[in-house]
Design a protein around this ligand. Structure first.
Ligand code: SF4
Length: 218
């Protein structure tokens, strides 16, 4: 049963796809920031299979880093909650974090699926947040994405610049604002959203392919 949260809470992955521009409806994140225990849409996504594949890839990457003699922190060790000046709390759990002898480090995220722009945005939010947290406070952190295909993407610490911060703060500001965030219902986005019609009355459940128009002369 849907319950109100004590204060705004945001999970990193709610922001990453909005920040990267692959998703434009901000209302779901606005709603989730204020509510918990809400009913989710049924999904045919095989969570167990995904978890097994993700854990296997993560263990391979971790083993390789440890063979290089790196200090590695894994998943739950990296869980954080970070309260901002607005009172809102940002939460996340990077896959792996390594720390080098010079005190710098790298945040790794492993992906079993295809590459998406939101993957880099997710790691960049971790790179922004972790230097505020406990053992990583003040640390310079690079980022790295590793895909099951073997493809890798490096993100230098310098990517967390004023422009990135301004975009992140602007988005978080809209998500934690008392004024409801922009809602842009569409068949393409609603099918990727886990809110039910009970919580989002504007949800569109039609298959976008059924809306193909006819009659063009090409
Ligand atoms: S169901 Fe559609 S309109 Fe409603 S919050 Fe989700 S994406 Fe936005």
């Amino acid at each position: 049963m849907t319950e109100l949260r004590a204060g705004p809470y945001i999970w990193v992955t709610w922001l990453s796809r909005l920040l990267a521009g692959g998703f434009s409806c901000e209302w779901a994140a606005w709603f989730k920031a204020r509510h918990k225990s809400y009913e989710r849409m049924p999904s045919d996504f095989d969570m167990a299979q995904w978890q097994i594949a993700h854990t296997s890839l993560l263990n391979d990457v971790r083993d390789g880093l440890e063979r290089e003699g790196r200090a590695v922190f894994v998943e739950s060790q990296n869980y954080f909650t970070l309260r901002g000046s607005s009172g809102a709390v940002l939460g996340g759990k990077p896959d792996l974090v390594t720390v080098d002898e010079d005190g710098s480090g790298t945040i790794y995220d492993v992906k079993t699926g295809k590459q998406r722009a939101s993957d880099a945005a997710q790691v960049m939010i971790y790179m922004y947040a972790l230097p505020y947290i406990g053992q990583h406070r003040g640390r310079q952190l690079d980022g790295k994405l590793i895909y099951a295909s073997g493809h890798e993407v490096d993100i230098p610490a310098s990517a967390i610049d004023d422009s990135f911060r301004a975009n992140l703060y602007g988005l978080i500001g809209r998500i934690v604002s008392d004024a409801p965030a922009r809602r842009t219902p569409s068949a393409l986005e609603c099918r990727m959203c886990d809110l039910t019609p009970a919580d989002c009355a504007e949800r569109i459940d039609a298959d976008p392919r059924d809306a193909t128009a006819e009659g063009a002369g090409f």
